[in-house]
Design a binder for this molecule. Structure first.
Ligand code: PML
Length: 245
């Protein structure tokens, strides 16, 4: 049965407010459209993209997931720095990633629409468009509702569900390590992920009320074009429930 990618992004006064993707079959188009139309809060622009996927790769989720809580953002960010270093990112480059996310990585101010690509050796930015960044798309769970209910049962959120899928696809495409926290001013949990450590949730990585956030991908400069194609073009459907500890 042909599968389709349905993507939504919404903004308010030019600022991104919500985005989501589902990989679905034709019969699920009406109900998924309704779900995504209702999803963003206040917005003045919404773009919906529906495309048939010609080729789709099925991958088994195999990353360990762990969670750590700290008393302050400073402690959370220090821990994130250590986890990035343990993942093979030099300390000065890991610090640059943390600074970019905390100050807003868009050269025009504020958040980027996609992720920053940082050269793991030099700390140079490698994304072709510094305002747009690079977006990991065409990825979803094969049995989204089962994975979601399992995660919610264990105190995780729907944001975790989507972040796990993105982080897993990133590692499969060749990202060495990722640092992420949300641009939602009320969502304080972020993560570091890498092949070495798996998906490491960290709370808090930002202060309540802070609208800045996004994703930093630590990558090797060689093969950056191929990596971007994988992140943006390769369609991936993830099976297996995550191993939750
Ligand atoms: C986002 O959606 O903007 C980032 C989500 C981070 C999720 C962290 C978690 O709950 O595991």
């Amino acid at each position: 049965m042909p599968l389709l990618s349905l993507r939504m992004r919404a903004s308010l006064k030019g600022r991104h407010v919500s985005g989501a993707e589902r990989i679905i079959s034709e019969e699920d188009i009406p109900s998924t459209l309704c779900e995504l139309l209702r999803r963003p809060g206040e917005h003045d622009f919404m773009k919906l993209t529906l495309e048939r996927l010609e080729e789709i790769e099925k991958l088994e989720f195999n990353m360990p997931i762990s969670s750590y809580e700290f008393r302050s953002v400073e402690e959370g960010r220090d821990f994130a720095l250590k986890e990035l270093v343990l993942s093979g990112v030099p300390e000065d480059v890991a610090k640059k990633g943390l600074d970019l996310l905390s100050m807003g990585a868009n050269p025009k101010g504020g958040n980027m629409r996609g992720a920053v690509l940082l050269d793991v050796e030099t700390g140079d930015r490698l994304e072709p468009d510094l305002e747009r960044g690079v977006r990991t798309v065409r990825v979803d769970w094969k049995d989204r509702s089962a994975v979601k209910s399992e995660l919610l049962k264990r105190g995780f959120t729907e944001r975790t569900l989507d972040a796990l899928a993105i982080a897993f696809k990133n590692i499969c495409c060749g990202v060495l390590a990722e640092l992420c926290w949300s641009d939602d001013p009320n969502y304080l949990t972020g993560y570091v992920s890498s092949r070495e450590l798996g998906y490491v949730r960290i709370t808090p990585l930002k202060e309540r009320g802070d609208p800045l956030g996004g994703r930093i991908y630590f990558i090797r400069r060689e093969g950056v074009g191929e990596l971007i194609r994988c992140l943006e073009r390769r369609a991936v459907l993830i099976s297996s429930l995550p191993q939750l500890s």
